[in-house]
Design a protein around this ligand. Structure first.
Ligand SMILES: [Zn+2]
Length: 474
């Protein structure tokens, strides 16, 4: 079977943070687990590059918008590579094929009668020559120009008839009860949509914001960044030009944070209905990572940077920490101390120690590598496979660690290191059993810690103890 998986494209007004690392690693692990089970996968990641915030950041950096987004796209791509993400497409919303797809998508929604122009009011400070939001005003006046009156101006924007899709969305949620995982997010979504949907603005006037996809047939407007960015999920697999490629992969399994629930599970799905395309297959909503009980922020000084994690613990250990110790659907609080403890207890003293123990015995006492009768067979353990298909990555890791613990216990109970000195053949048989089980553990680690998985399997295959997998923290 072919499965298409996508993350939500990060918006490039800041550097990659730990939430991006979590989503990338989860989606990559999901794809790797499917491949291990023999399925064909296509993983899309990329960057969301239009809009006012990007244009402003570029101005602040003294760069033109294109130079700015090129730099950030590179940064996110390097970040994904650093984490070992096996992506098939890195879609940038400034790519020419994406621009064309966004315009075609607009035309289809327009043809369906779902796009209309309407007036809206903006608050304008003539002192700043800028539009102001309510948060930028105090008692109805500009913070910088309190002596000037704020002007209320009428402008026209394009709107999407979101309100048309309330019934259709609710009907879809009712028949596809696992459309959103976890269930509590589905309840939240149903409650939001049941409350009534307001049409949303999908354009900006070009004179105010030129950094966007031109609206087809109207030189005065560009698309609002949300509308254009969401279309990446279909443009990434060749829509609308490559029908064969698109049909092979669509519908998509989406990964998104809980702050993206409405956009992905309601707005985007309504847009798909409007364009006459099938809806997403499933949307997995992950939790957030907080630190010391608070959202990470530079001001508080509690930011845990993913680059710092990779530098300190290594790539696979970082993947391990995110997959096992961040709850997949609830918020997780981490601190540097707790990360250190998890690393030392479960990787240094756990897996790392076991590999060294077993391979030292095997290297010393076995003349030949252990025979691997089922070397090529993919894992068939239901508990393990079910955990991946339900996005319970922590349970999948727990399962592997239960096997690690059992193997540790086997060595302690059967004492092959003693037996081999008294009854050589019996001792060797126990050691070979241990090496075979270690090889299977290596196989189970494949989607979670890909490099470690290969190192362990190679060690058993060549009967050679590897270098220390997880060095102690100094
Ligand atoms: Zn002002």
């Amino acid at each position: 079977m072919a499965r298409y998986i996508t993350t939500t494209l990060p918006y490039v007004n800041a550097d990659p943070h730990i939430g991006h690392a979590l989503e990338f690693v989860e989606a990559d692990t999901f794809a790797r687990a499917l491949r291990l089970a023999g399925e064909e996968t296509f993983l899309n990641i990329g960057t969301d590059e239009h809009g006012a915030k990007v244009a402003q950041k570029a101005r602040e950096a003294g760069e033109d918008s294109q130079t700015y987004v090129d730099k950030y796209a590179r940064r996110f791509r390097d970040f994904a590579d650093m984490l070992g993400i096996t992506y098939d497409a890195f879609t940038r919303t400034t790519d020419a094929h994406h621009l064309a797809a966004a315009q075609e998508f607009w035309k289809r929604c327009d043809a369906a009668g779902d796009i209309y122009k309407a007036a809206y009011e903006v608050k304008y400070c003539v002192g700043c020559e800028l539009e102001k939001t309510d948060s930028e005003l105090a008692h109805g006046h500009c913070l910088i120009h309190p002596q000037l009156e704020i002007e209320v101006r009428q402008e026209e924007n394009y709107y999407f008839r979101f309100s048309n899709y309330q019934d259709a969305l609710l009907a879809h949620y009712a028949t596809q009860n696992e459309f959103i995982v976890p269930e509590e997010r589905m309840r939240e979504l149903v409650s939001f949509v049941s409350g009534g949907l307001k049409d949303f603005s999908i354009s900006r006037r070009k004179e105010k914001l030129s950094w966007g996809v031109p609206v087809p047939g109207d030189d005065e407007h560009v698309m609002y960044v949300w509308f254009d960015a969401l279309v990446n999920y279909v443009s990434a697999i060749g829509w609308p030009d490559d029908e064969t490629h698109f049909t092979k992969w669509w519908p998509v399994t989406q990964f998104a944070g809980k702050d993206n629930l409405r956009q992905q599970a309601a707005m985007w799905q309504a847009m798909l209905m409007s364009a006459g395309l099938p809806l997403s297959k499933q949307i997995f909503i992950h939790g957030f990572i907080t630190s010391g009980g608070q959202k990470m922020s530079k001001t508080i000084g509690n930011v845990i940077n993913p680059n710092e994690l990779v530098e300190k613990y290594g790539i696979d250990a970082t993947r391990y920490l995110l997959l096992r110790h961040a709850h997949p659907t609830e918020d997780t609080d981490v601190t540097r101390e707790r990360l250190d403890e998890w690393y030392t207890a479960n990787l240094v003293n756990g897996l790392g120690n076991l590999v060294a123990r077993v391979m030292k015995l095997a290297e010393t006492h076995l003349e030949e590598p252990t025979v691997l009768p089922e070397a090529a067979a993919p894992p068939s353990q239901k508990e393990y496979l079910d955990a991946f298909s339900a996005y319970r990555f922590n349970d999948a890791v727990d399962y592997v660690w239960s096997r690690i613990q059992k193997l540790d216990e086997k060595i302690t109970e059967e004492e092959p290191f003693k037996v081999v000195k008294i009854e050589r053949e019996k001792g060797k048989a126990i050691i070979a059993d241990c090496a075979l089980e270690l090889y299977r553990i290596g196989g189970l680690l494949n989607p979670l810690m890909p490099e470690t998985s290969e190192t362990i399997k190679t060690a058993v295959r060549t009967n050679k103890k590897p270098e220390n997998l997880f060095p102690r923290l100094s």
